[in-house]
Design a binder for this molecule. Structure first.
Ligand SMILES: Nc1nc2c(c(=O)[nH]1)N=C([C@H](O)[C@H](O)COP(=O)(O)OP(=O)(O)OP(=O)(O)O)CN2
Ligand SMILES: [Zn+2]
Length: 117
């Protein structure tokens, strides 16, 4: 069974490794959406893979490092592409959520990156 919980955050970034003519080289912002997917057996008593409240609590300190920040200033996110943000989130959260199997980061409703463990 898999469960997925969504979160949003607002942040600014620029992409330092794209060509100078690329518009994403300039400072701009996104309303990001993050989806965390966890996999495991359903506990027969609770009916949960894991309580969504526990996922929220584990992700809160990581989310706080991203929300309303300039992502390029976050340690490990000097090149904050959607791909790199997804991997960064996985590395930060998976020690506390061992059932985490995928992280999706949406820059826009039409563009996202997914890291699968
Ligand atoms: N593979 C990736 N490609 C791009 C990434 C990325 O993280 N991974 N990021 C960007 C920029 O961040 C860019 O800002 C993307 O957003 P946006 O400019 O809003 O792109 P849209 O296509 O939605 O723009 P419209 O104005 O709606 O056409 C670029 N590439
Ligand atoms: Zn961008």
């Amino acid at each position: 069974m898999t469960i997925t919980q969504g979160f949003t955050f607002e942040a600014a970034h620029h992409l330092p490794h794209v060509p100078e003519t690329h518009r994403c080289r300039r400072l701009h912002g996104h309303s990001y959406r993050v989806e965390l997917t966890l996999s495991g057996e359903v506990d027969p008593h609770t009916g949960f893979v894991i309580d969504f409240f526990d996922v929220e609590a584990a992700f809160a300190p990581v989310l706080a490092r991203l929300d309303h920040h300039l992502l390029n200033e976050v340690e490990g996110l000097q090149n904050p592409t959607a791909e790199n943000i997804a991997l960064w989130i996985f590395r930060k959260v998976s020690p506390d959520l061992p059932r985490l199997t995928a992280v999706k980061v949406f820059e826009t409703p039409m563009c996202w990156a997914e890291f699968q463990a």
